[in-house]
Design a binder for this molecule. Structure first.
Ligand code: ADP
Ligand code: ASP
Ligand code: MG
Length: 447
């Protein structure tokens, strides 16, 4: 069985829901389909929570009313019969009454997660109702019964596998199994989520759990582009990526994929295909276990990076210095993305600055500390093994006009990363695009 995930834009209107339904049923094959909330909904639910955190139930109710009107307006267009219109209208009314009830209680992060979960709960009910109205054997399986995180907020894979297989076995003979992306329970049984963009992660976890033939991520673009199409001119789709390459691009900011979603697919060896709902016949991108030698595939950038430098003459020839530095980050549960060292200093990057002040205080025991915020990591991904001579030089040469704070090469076979100021991000990405993909005949273009 294949697992197909459709993002917010792909289910963003009644017509899009109809298109998706056609797409998943036309070949008659059974499928597990993961849906996001309709586009914009999760942002609106975040806004509602924000009003409630600020103790402004009136503001929250205004936004809830607007959202309800938007949803009710889809009903006439989506359903052909009064029976399914009434059934869905009733469902939506109950959903929005539930959201309103949240404005009357004490508001904590627990209630916030319950609110954020409603977008996927609504979209999956609407599509399942539509499929059933069309006479398709479709069933809605709740992600809350299948996906759970552990005490470290990481997916509990054994639980997910066991529960997903059990749910499928308990509901045999359906053609389409629909479930929610993004939402899950945590180790305490509470409603939680896999962080923004998490529907991709759900699809890959479920695909790995059932050892799917393929995981398909359907979105609004024809696959992974070789650079960020929102800010760079002349980007093109990449037709194939090795699992590690895709994982690095996702982690380092390619928004088309949730940062950690490739890991479960990679471990299970299930290929991931990125496809375009607006142009279903476009080839998209296949992510699999094949590594093409001698090609640079793509560039991505991760924002909100803080660089911390620790300079110390005591580091010279001293053993145990790096351990002490890393222990401080570990104590404050702050992970390090990039690192560069010399005889007299070390620089690291972090993206979680919750404990920055405490970390800097402790680091001062070991050296002179500098902090540069508003930086970004720009990551060039492809065959960057040491045998592939000269590719790192081309990437570095592209940035000859740009102040680079850190460079990391050799950490993996697949990337070279640069830290630059966020203000220089656009021209950095464009310079790399021009040098690596547009005007350079030395770089073999990926097939
Ligand atoms: P969905 O709602 O379907 O999950 P997303 O908005 O999360 O869709 O991801 C798709 C968007 O990712 C594209 O519309 C595009 O603007 C953006 N994007 C950023 N980097 C890339 C890239 N390298 N390749 C393709 N799309 C990218
Ligand atoms: N609806 C969630 C979000 O907007 C999850 C997703 O779309 O992947 O972040
Ligand atoms: Mg997404």
């Amino acid at each position: 069985m294949k697992v197909l995930k459709f993002g917010g834009t792909s289910v963003g209107s009644a017509q899009r829901m109809k298109d998706v339904s056609k797409l998943i049923t036309s070949d008659g094959e059974p499928k597990l389909v993961v849906l996001s909330a309709m586009s914009g909904t999760t942002n609106t639910l975040v806004e509602i929570s924000d009003y409630l955190y600020k103790k402004n139930p009136e503001g929250a109710n205004t936004v809830i009313n607007q959202l309800e009107q938007k949803y009710l307006a889809h009903i006439d267009e989506l359903y052909a019969t009064d029976k399914w219109r009434e059934r869905t209208e009733q469902f939506l009314k109950e959903e929005f009454a539930y959201l309103r009830s949240m404005t009357k209680t004490l508001f904590t992060s627990f209630e916030e997660k319950v609110i954020l979960a409603q977008g996927e709960i609504i979209s999956t009910n609407m599509v399942t109702n539509y499929l059933q109205e069309q006479g398709i054997k479709a069933v809605l399986l709740s992600a809350l019964d299948m996906v759970r995180t552990d005490k470290n907020a990481e997916p509990d894979f054994n639980y997910i596998r066991e529960k997903t297989l059990a749910q499928l076995a308990a509901n045999p003979d359906y053609q389409i199994y629909i479930t929610q992306g993004f939402i899950c329970r945590n180790a305490y049984g509470e409603i939680d989520n896999l962080l923004r963009g998490g529907s991709d992660y759900t699809a890959c976890l479920l695909g790995a759990a059932i050892e799917a033939e393929e995981i398909q991520i359907w979105t609004d673009i024809d696959g992974m582009h070789n650079n960020d199409p929102r800010i760079v001119e002349g980007t093109e789709p990449v037709r194939q990526l090795y699992f590690e390459e895709a994982a690095e691009l996702a982690y380092f900011g390619a928004k088309i994929l949730h940062p950690t979603c490739i890991q479960p697919a990679k471990f299970a060896g299930v290929p991931v295909r990125l496809l375009n709902t607006m142009d279903p016949s476009a080839p998209g991108t296949i992510i699999n276990n094949r590594m093409h030698r001698g090609t640079i595939k793509a560039v991505a950038a991760k924002d909100n990076i803080t660089c911390i430098g620790i300079q110390s003459s005591r580091m010279l020839l001293a053993h145990g210095f790096l351990r002490k530095v890393f222990e401080i980050f570990e104590t404050y549960k702050t992970s390090i993305d990039m690192i560069a060292t010399s005889e007299v200093g070390v620089s690291v990057t972090i993206d979680n600055t919750t404990n920055l002040r405490a970390i800097v205080d402790e680091l001062k025991k070991y050296g002179t500390v500098t902090v540069d915020d508003r930086m970004c990591i720009v990551c060039v991904v492809g065959d960057l093994s040491t045998q592939n001579v000269g590719f790192e030089t081309i990437a570095t040469d592209a940035l000859k006009q740009i102040p680079v704070r850190m460079i990391s090469y050799g950490g993996s076979q697949h990337n070279i990363s640069f830290v630059v100021a966020e203000a220089d991000k656009k021209r950095t990405l464009q310079a790399l695009q021009n040098t690596l993909f547009t005007y350079n005949d030395h770089i073999r273009r990926p097939s």
